[in-house]
Design a protein around this ligand. Structure first.
Ligand SMILES: [Zn+2]
Length: 439
């Protein structure tokens, strides 16, 4: 059996099932996966908290001497406008050495890899100390409430595990000529804030001194100029120490000295020239507040009584709604009201553990030149529902350096067959080693 062929077929079949969320329609993919588990004799359970919103959890039993290892993934994808694409986003076309389609990177490629490993270990009749649990869930792209969050609340028996591997890491960046491969050990949480300014409403033929639109503009300019304070997390501390060790030489020494002096932001400015990478690393250091939506008057000739800006705010592990609001109050003029109605839960796993050692060792075999570093993701994944249960979760979907991972959620999303094969080999090592490793 060529497992790479199996993986390719599974990825194409999964991409061809349109699970755009909303509406989701994950149950069609659940039915498909159930048919494979059925024919292979792999035990599974399904759940459907709302019509069409299915999740499936399958299991290869271990000998019971260690707690389960979960291979986690979400079934839903974000929307795609077919007319913008080179190949139809649900055609799963194979072209130019890649499989094209919505979800190939985020994250049906990893899901198909998990499925292939389940299939392989079952065919090989492997019995590990740990159960290997395959969980494909609904609704991640819209917050996971009808997916993993629902399972964790209503079927905790299905998601109970000591370790889990998920999306969110495994890509790489280069710095000082070195390749760094990431695994995600922490993630921020969304905590949206609305800025409100007030003034006297009136006819726009006569300017007023307290126009709320001017106040809003002043507030947003103040926000742009202010740098919210830095907060060190375990992940970023480990990240910086690995990067400085990996770089070595004067660049490495400069970073470790700057960290010791508490000038991390400066160190990143000096060490990283690529503006995209620079911005990503700066976002790992602090809570962020990015204005995205504005509203004020609905008529040209009416000065409004209120003006609004919506801020997409993201908070670090260890931070809270209260600490974010305090920081924003410090950065903004006094006549601005801040409204926050919901706030997610950031999460972090210890960046150093037996599981991270397994990941490092596997990368060393397949990409000997690379350094492996923990990474804090600015966006949330379903890991947020497992970490509070005490599960150690890393995001690790290994791809070859240079893979266009930034096409996730974009036009012409695709994954190269070389990366898919690389991921399968690395993850086979990681999963089979982790499944037999006791803590
Ligand atoms: Zn995803």
């Amino acid at each position: 059996m060529d497992y790479m062929d199996f993986l390719k077929i599974q990825l194409k079949n999964l991409v061809a099932i349109d699970t755009t969320n909303p509406p989701g329609n994950e149950s069609e993919a659940v039915t498909y996966l159930a048919s494979i588990f059925e024919s292979e004799g792999i035990e599974y359970e399904t759940a459907e908290p709302a019509p069409g919103r299915g999740s499936i959890v399958a299991r290869i039993r271990g000998n019971g001497s260690a707690r389960p290892l979960m291979l986690l993934g979400h079934l839903d994808v974000v929307t795609a406008q077919a007319e913008d694409w080179t190949h139809h986003p649900f055609s799963a076309t194979e072209s130019d050495g890649a499989i094209w389609g919505r979800g190939t990177i985020d994250m049906k490629g990893l899901l198909a890899t998990w499925l292939t490993l389940m299939f392989k270990y079952k065919r090989e009749q492997r019995v590990f100390p740990r159960d290997i649990v395959f969980a494909a869930t609904a609704d991640e792209e819209a917050g996971g409430h009808l997916g993993l969050a629902w399972l964790a609340k209503n079927r905790p028996d299905l998601v109970d595990c000591e370790w889990a591997l998920n999306e969110g890491g495994g890509n790489s960046f280069t710095l000082g000529g070195k390749t760094f491969v990431t695994y995600q050990s922490g993630e921020k949480a969304g905590c949206p804030v609305k800025l409100v300014t007030r003034g006297t409403a009136g006819h726009a033929s006569i300017p007023t001194p307290d126009n709320p639109v001017h106040k809003l503009a002043a507030a947003l300019t103040a926000l742009q100029r202010a740098a919210l304070p830095e907060h060190m997390t375990d992940t970023v501390r480990a990240f910086l120490s690995e990067v400085s060790e990996g770089l070595g030489g004067s660049q490495g020494t400069a970073i470790s000295m700057a960290v010791r002096m508490g000038q991390v932001s400066k160190a990143i400015e000096l060490a990283v020239r690529d503006p995209f990478l620079q911005a990503g690393l700066q976002a790992m250091l602090r809570n962020t507040a990015v204005p995205t939506m504005l509203s004020a008057s609905t008529k040209l000739n009416v000065i409004p009584g209120e003006a609004f800006a919506e801020l997409d705010c993201r908070i670090l592990p260890g931070q809270s709604r209260e600490s974010l609001l305090r920081e924003l109050e410090g950065a903004l003029p006094g006549d601005v009201e801040l409204v926050n109605e919901r706030c997610g839960q950031p999460s972090e796993s210890p960046p150093d553990s037996p599981l991270s050692t397994i990941i490092r060792d596997a990368v060393k075999v397949h990409l000997p030149e690379a350094c492996v570093v923990p990474f804090l993701s600015p966006g949330a994944t379903d890991a947020r529902y497992l970490r509070p249960r005490g599960t150690l979760v890393y995001g690790f979907a290994p791809m070859l350096p240079g893979e266009k991972v930034n096409l996730a959620h974009g036009v012409d999303e695709r994954i190269s067959l070389r990366s898919l094969g690389f991921g399968l080999r690395v993850l086979d090592d990681v999963v089979s080693t982790a499944a037999r490793t006791h803590q």
